[in-house]
Design a protein around this ligand. Structure first.
Ligand SMILES: C[S@@+](CC[C@H](N)C(=O)[O-])C[C@H]1O[C@@H](n2cnc3c(N)ncnc32)[C@H](O)[C@@H]1O
Length: 256
């Protein structure tokens, strides 16, 4: 039944969506092996090579995801193996994973630098972080300003608390295109329901600038292995540097 649904879904893809998935798969084949996780797979799990074994992490189980994303009612969703906050991954031990996949996830994070720190923490030395990031210019974020380095640095200091209301207001205005008199109430409703918006928006260069800052100023032990533009997104493959501690900034660890 699930296979039939997946096949029907695959048939419904446009040629450009097929091409983009093929690029995701090719890069996965080149970089992923061993035991790892995918965060926020939802309806679009990355097709991984046979030598990669994946467990699925999300902030809620499938029933909660169905409620949060009613627009996906007709699509199969991935069964969630681990319910956890993907910004922190508190339930996973340090250096326990060969790879972390997080496609269209980092923009949903309130503290992207801290999130990358958490992902590096759970990776083994040499482990791979595979990220697909929407490119602001080719999505519904096109009318929003690109997130600056100063902004993510500030959000790293307070976990994004001071920016949160402003993010929802920007979303209500620039994505939902609500007029000034309606946007504040809509933004408040989204905030109260903890709706998972794109808190931040990037293009490749500002994203690389953030990674460079994380490496040089925060001690994130990352190496950029690949960057590939892919239609409405770009794919970044990072590696946890093999000979360095993972990060100076990662979130709290629960290693038993
Ligand atoms: C836009 S969907 C990504 C779907 C798919 N991976 C793709 O490539 O399009 C974002 C996913 O991230 C999950 N998510 C958002 N914030 C999260 C968090 N803090 N911790 C864990 N999962 C989170 C959402 O529940 C959802 O499954």
């Amino acid at each position: 039944m699930l296979t039939a649904k997946l096949e029907a879904f695959a048939r419904s893809l446009t040629p450009s969506a097929r091409r983009q998935r093929a690029v995701r798969r090719r890069i996965a084949r080149e970089h992923l092996r061993g035991d790892g996780i995918e965060i926020g797979a939802l309806h679009l799990p990355l097709r991984t090579p046979r030598r990669a074994r994946v467990r699925y992490v999300d902030r809620m189980g499938v029933d909660g995801l169905r409620e949060h994303y009613p627009e996906l009612a007709d699509e199969p969703l991935v069964e969630v193996d681990v319910i956890d906050d993907g910004e922190r991954l508190d339930s996973l031990a340090s250096a326990s994973q060969d790879f972390v996949i997080a496609n269209h996830f980092i923009e949903h994070c309130e503290d992207p630098l801290g999130t990358i720190g958490s992902h590096l923490r759970v990776l083994r030395p040499g482990g791979v972080l595979y990220l697909a990031v929407p490119d602001r210019r080719h999505t519904f974020d096109r009318d929003r300003p690109v997130t600056t380095l100063e902004h993510v640095v500030r959000d790293h200091r307070d976990g994004g608390a001071a920016s949160r209301a402003g993010h929802y207001l920007e979303w209500a205005r620039a994505v939902e295109r609500l007029p000034d008199d309606l946007a504040p109430a809509a933004a408040q409703r989204l905030d109260e329901s903890d709706y998972s918006i794109h808190f931040h928006v990037w293009e490749p260069d500002p994203f690389l600038e953030m990674l460079g800052y994380g490496r040089s100023e925060l001690g994130l032990a990352l190496e950029v292995q690949a960057l590939q533009r892919n239609g409405h997104e770009f794919i970044v493959v990072l590696r946890r540097a093999p000979d360095e501690p993972p990060t100076g900034i990662g979130h709290r660890q629960r290693d038993g």
